[in-house]
Design a protein around this ligand. Structure first.
Ligand SMILES: [Zn+2]
Length: 134
């Protein structure tokens, strides 16, 4: 065997049909686990080893997000977190975790006394502008 043939023979074998079957079995909700797009859905191998079809190594991604993951714009832990969230929300995008976020942040800031001087200055500025306008 030539060196090139030996190198190709030694590379891990891709079995995309098997990867799709495993992903379908373990991740019931179709669509990219980051954006929900179902058109052109791909199965990503999170360790970049196409022969590793372990369920934990697979994620459904759209072409765009697959590319972004492959060039390193998302961490492995962030993608796994999103994949779990996608299963939890049964494939429906949600921003429920943001509900009352502003009020909760205000309560936290007040409890810690963070930003109170700035808030008082902002109130004084608004009142001064309102007085000047009247
Ligand atoms: Zn996507």
């Amino acid at each position: 065997m030539t060196e090139v043939v030996q190198k190709i023979a030694a590379e891990p074998k891709r079995n995309q049909a098997e990867a799709r079957r495993v992903a379908r079995l373990h991740y019931s909700h179709p669509g990219c686990c980051l954006c929900g797009q179902t058109v052109g859905e791909q199965i990503a191998h999170l360790d970049h080893n196409p022969a590793n079809n372990d369920p934990d190594n697979l994620a459904r991604l759209c072409h765009h997000h697959h590319w972004m993951y492959d060039i390193g714009l998302f961490s492995l832990s962030a993608l796994k977190l999103q994949r779990a969230h996608w299963e939890l929300t049964k494939g429906k995008p949600t921003n429920a975790f943001m509900k009352d976020a502003g009020r909760k942040a205000a309560v936290t800031r007040a409890a810690k006394g963070i930003g109170s001087e700035m808030a008082l200055k902002a109130v004084a500025t608004r009142r001064a502008h309102a007085k000047a306008a009247a």
